[in-house]
Unconditional design. Structure first.
Length: 275
């Protein structure tokens, strides 16, 4: 049995299937961890969700910002962006099955020394705290009140974590950290404007994983979301979004020996601000 962690697919089903062929994936034997952003901007988001649902016993898929965006669009709380490719899901006869399956995905997944999250963790959160906060949001998303969260999900405030946060503000910060963050300010506040590589960031911005005193160093964090960072491997973090959507590559990491597998991807949109 092998376990593979795969970076953001974003509906690029053809590249995903090519990568599975390259690694020799066997759903009866192997497991896939998917770092979130299963859908949007690629050519077949509906097909990607249906593939995951068929192979549910072999797949751990967490939620990314594009997945949460799909859920909010489906409820009518925000209009689709002009570059979204979600229509095939929204008009499908099995639309409700796909959406219900998606909103029951975890916000993060932890196994052994590995923790998978789409974007990042606030510096104050150790692994146990992050797991507990993820469960808080998952309970809401899977419950009767999920529409109320999705209605108020968008926004950049609050930017600083406090255990005293409650209600929608607490849930929004959890979601923003786990699905949208890249940089932090020196005071630990979330920064959402810049999507560049760390070397190109303005002074004073710190990649979340380099924040002094980060409490989650006890685990090795696998994440996606940051395509301009690309493949980035070190002892405490592994970044796996290698820009498939933008004509880059789709990447898998085999946990047992940390071997990297990649396939090339056809660009679906002109390069721009990677979201």
């Amino acid at each position: 049995m092998s376990t593979y962690v795969i970076g953001d697919v974003q509906g690029c089903l053809a590249a995903f299937e090519s990568l599975l062929e390259a690694i020799g994936f066997d759903p009866a034997r192997d497991r896939l961890w998917l770092t979130g952003d299963l859908v949007n901007r690629g050519e077949d988001s509906a097909g990607m969700l249906r593939w995951c649902m068929r192979h549910d016993a072999s797949v751990v898929a967490i939620l990314g910002n594009h997945d949460l965006h799909l859920l909010a669009v489906a409820e009518g709380f925000v209009p689709p962006h002009k570059k979204d490719t979600l229509e095939a899901i929204l008009t499908a006869p099995d639309r409700r099955d796909m959406l219900d399956w998606l909103r029951r995905r975890p916000m993060l997944y932890r196994e052994g020394r590995w923790l998978m999250v789409h974007a990042g963790l606030m510096p104050q959160w150790d692994a146990a705290t992050a797991e507990a906060l993820a469960r808080e949001l998952e309970t809401v998303l899977r419950g009767e009140g999920y529409r109320e969260f999705l209605r108020g999900m968008y926004g950049n405030e609050p930017r600083h974590w406090s255990e005293a946060l409650s209600g929608q503000e607490r849930l929004r910060l959890i979601a923003n950290a786990m699905t949208r963050m890249r940089f932090l300010h020196a005071d630990g506040g979330l920064e959402f404007l810049h999507k560049c590589a760390p070397a190109d960031a303005p002074p004073g911005l710190i990649p979340w994983f380099d924040m002094p005193g980060r409490q989650s160093r006890e685990v090795r964090v696998a994440f996606g979301h940051w395509s301009t960072l690309g493949l980035y491997v070190r002892e405490d973090v592994v970044a796996l979004d290698t820009g498939c959507l933008w004509g880059g590559r789709l990447t898998a990491l085999r946990l047992e020996d940390e071997r990297i597998f990649q396939v090339g991807c056809e660009a679906r949109r002109q390069p721009g601000l990677h979201e």
